[in-house]
Design a protein around this ligand. Structure first.
Ligand SMILES: NC(=O)c1ccc[n+]([C@@H]2O[C@H](COP(=O)([O-])OP(=O)(O)OC[C@H]3O[C@@H](n4cnc5c(N)ncnc54)[C@H](OP(=O)(O)O)[C@@H]3O)[C@@H](O)[C@H]2O)c1
Length: 406
């Protein structure tokens, strides 16, 4: 049995059944092993032993691990499709947000450790990697390019253009010549000759969105780009762009603290057959319970100190959301982050969240969520409780807020 990702997990039913059942995930296949007697316990040990033979340290396992990327096709839970028709793109049910490995999340971990994490990600089911020119700027694309080079053709790389000199603080720039220059640079940084999914990071009011879509259309014709996406675009611009070059994905902030896209954007995506990719699905780590009103950030490499929701009084005011998620998760062996991601996935089949992490344990925890299915009625009960929590504090202020007013 090929596999290298083996860990003990809890499932709904654990509480009721107590320790009489033991569950393992081996390459995302849930294996429930009876623990009622010694024979089944020994049998489970044999299964695990076999799985562990294929540890990442075992180089001969590499090709098997890589083949798991293709085996994903056999399991609908592991993949979703963004976009439709000729613009459809199959991706892992959860993507990996790579931004925090170099930018905006305080501590920048050792590059070798991040390359190792990125190379482990496909073994855990990740085939969609999200980056942007602006992350660093530039260095995040270089990191992702170096890390995924050995299996680049097996995965999906999404990147973004749209800021002057790649710096959000410098303002917007989606002029066609700038888009082309960014794409050439991204291709070099990513060590590839095509970008699977190219997003406009923010709508540029100075450049007609039709010109942006037309430029991406030309890049698709030239083979440098495969699919088109927009980030934080409003419904009018989505429709205008889609009429020129069909969009594969719309990427916007969407989480249990930011539910604005439910009003119109997700509905338009459904109508037009565009995938929806929630960024900051854990509200920059807040919807995990790990951050609190005493959390400290590195102001030189973190946008959270400038955002209202991370101010102590708002963290405290919004804590009832964590309480609801924790109460739900505690009864089912799920963490706060897992409940939040499972809730997002349950909203629509074309939703593909991209949680960011710098830790293997969090990546495993997040990716496990694709196995979770809400029992009948469970989702409605949870949503009703979540709806009662009033979130306080804007998600952005100043120029960042202006740039999302598409
Ligand atoms: N289009 C846009 O304008 C835009 C804007 C922002 C972000 N993005 C994209 O979205 C991705 C994710 O966004 P984000 O990083 O802002 O927010 P996020 O995914 O909501 O949160 C990331 C934070 O959560 C923590 N975390 C992740 N999994 C966890 C778990 N299971 N338990 C506890 N903590 C956990 C991470 O810390 P650890 O490292 O300690 O795990 C990290 O600090 C980015 O990487 C980027 O690709 C796009």
């Amino acid at each position: 049995m090929p596999g290298n990702d083996t860990h003990l997990i809890y499932r709904p039913g654990w509480v009721n059944n107590g320790p009489s059942r033991c569950c393992y995930i081996i390459n995302h296949n849930l294996i429930i092993i009876g623990m009622n007697n010694r024979r089944s316990f020994l049998k489970s040990g044999a299964v695990l032993g076999g799985a562990l033979l294929f540890s990442p340290a075992n180089s001969s396992a590499r090709s098997l691990e890589r083949s798991n990327l293709n085996n994903n096709n056999n399991n609908e839970k592991k993949t979703r499709v963004l976009g439709k028709g000729s613009q459809a793109l199959k991706v892992s049910t959860l993507g990996l947000g790579c931004m925090g490995m170099s930018y905006h999340r305080s501590f920048v971990p050792d590059k070798k450790a991040m390359i190792a994490l990125l190379r482990k990600a496909p073994d855990l089911g990740v085939t969609y990697f999200d980056t942007a020119e602006a992350y660093g700027p530039l260095v995040n694309e270089e990191l992702v390019g170096e890390a995924v080079a050995p299996f680049r053709k097996d995965i999906i790389i999404a990147t973004k253009f749209g800021f002057k000199n790649g710096r959000p603080a410098a303002g917007l720039d989606s002029r066609p010549e700038r888009i082309r220059a960014v794409v050439e640079h991204s291709l070099r940084s990513l060590k590839t000759d095509y970008i699977d999914l190219l997003y406009q990071h923010r709508v540029d009011p100075k450049v007609p969105v039709e010109d942006v879509a037309g430029t991406v259309k030309d890049l698709i014709r030239e083979g440098k780009v495969k699919h088109f996406g927009m980030s934080e675009a409003g419904v009018d611009n989505i429709r205008k762009a889609h009429a020129v070059q069909p969009l594969t994905a719309l990427q916007s902030e969407y989480s249990l603290m930011t539910r604005e896209p439910e009003k119109d954007v997700i509905k338009v995506c459904e109508e037009l057959g565009i995938g929806f990719v929630p960024y900051s699905p854990l509200s920059r780590g807040m919807i995990s319970g790990y951050l609190n009103e005493r959390s400290k950030y590195n102001p030189d490499n973190d946008n959270r100190p400038s955002l209202p929701r991370y101010q102590a009084e708002n963290v405290i005011a919004n804590w009832p959301l964590i309480d609801v998620l924790k109460a739900f998760g505690d009864q089912r062996g799920l963490t706060v982050a897992q409940v939040a991601l499972a809730w997002l996935l349950a909203q629509k089949p074309f939703i593909v969240p991209i949680p960011g992490t710098t830790k293997l344990a969090h990546l495993q925890e997040n990716m496990w969520v694709v196995n979770y299915a809400f029992a009948p009625g469970e989702l409605n009960t949870l949503t009703t409780k979540l709806d009662q929590v009033k979130i306080v504090g804007e998600r952005y202020t100043g120029q960042s807020a202006e740039q999302t007013k598409k």
